[in-house]
Ligand binder design. Structure first.
Ligand code: GTP
Length: 234
């Protein structure tokens, strides 16, 4: 197959890295997720990744904690995940670099846009950790920000559902999946594609989003090849 996109920003939820475990990292699962990423890189596609941290910690649901501190903990969780994803990719023979939005130079490179782009051009997968580096922003927002900065062709949002539905498919068996949506429809119908900040960022910068399920990791490869999976928002 031929790739449809030259440079993609893959958003992986933290949850997806836990596999059947409820939390933490299931490394076998991470390896499975990384196999299609390697296939994409081998095809010459430039892949940048933003990882969530929900498998360890979620700032927004931390209850009584101070939100800023809770979000700092969430950002550290994404850094752990970034290192895990990198390790799996390297075990598969893919060259990688981790860049973090919060400086932790002993562990990873700091985020530098120009360096990230050079790494991508050299066929390295760049995994961005620590979200945007700011509290009150989600890793979806980090994905949209980094996608805009590195001029990615699309955001591939690999998630736990296989697309965007008109209502919650978990609670409504008649829920209908959309194949295509405009950003206008997402706002109008109040559909949950990404959080509002992230969706606005993508709309204003003309970055399409493809939402699809990570249950079948090879979906990442199919998405890059433009196979009609998931829901495309543009
Ligand atoms: P080129 O410019 O293509 O040579 O990129 P490069 O990443 O190979 O060069 P560089 O000499 O910058 O980095 C060599 C190694 O050191 C890579 O594994 C980088 O990820 C790592 N590295 C670079 N800067 C930092 C840093 O600030 N902290 C940490 N922990 N590693 C770094």
């Amino acid at each position: 197959m031929e790739p449809k996109y030259k440079r993609v920003l893959l958003k992986l939820s933290g949850e997806s890295l836990a596999g059947n475990q409820k939390s933490g990292i299931d490394f076998e699962t991470v390896l499975k997720i990384c196999e299609p990423i390697k296939k994409c890189v081998d095809m010459g596609v430039e892949v940048a990744i933003v990882v969530g941290g929900g498998n360890f910690w979620r700032g927004r649901t931390s209850g009584k904690m101070d939100r800023t501190r809770a979000d700092h903990m969430g950002m550290l969780a994404t850094a752990i995940n970034a290192l895990g994803v990198c390790d799996a990719l390297e075990q598969l023979g893919v060259d990688t670099r981790v860049q973090t939005a919060i400086s932790m130079r002993e562990i990873a490179e700091p985020y530098i846009r120009g360096k990230a782009i050079r790494h991508l051009e050299k066929g390295r997968v760049v995994v961005f950790g620590c979200g945007t580096g700011n509290p009150f922003f989600s890793t979806d927002s980090a994905a949209s920000l980094r996608a805009a900065e590195i001029e990615a062709d699309i955001i591939l949002k690999a998630t736990m559902v296989d697309g965007v539905y008109d209502c919650d498919p978990k609670t409504n068996e008649n829920a209908v999946k959309y194949d295509n949506l405009s950003f206008g429809e997402v706002v109008e119908k109040q559909l949950k594609v990404m959080d509002g900040t992230a969706a606005t960022m993508c709309r204003e910068n003309d970055i399409p989003i493809l939402v699809f399920s990570i249950d079948r990791p090879m979906n990442i490869y199919d998405a890059v090849c433009g196979e009609g999976i998931g829901t495309l928002v543009n």
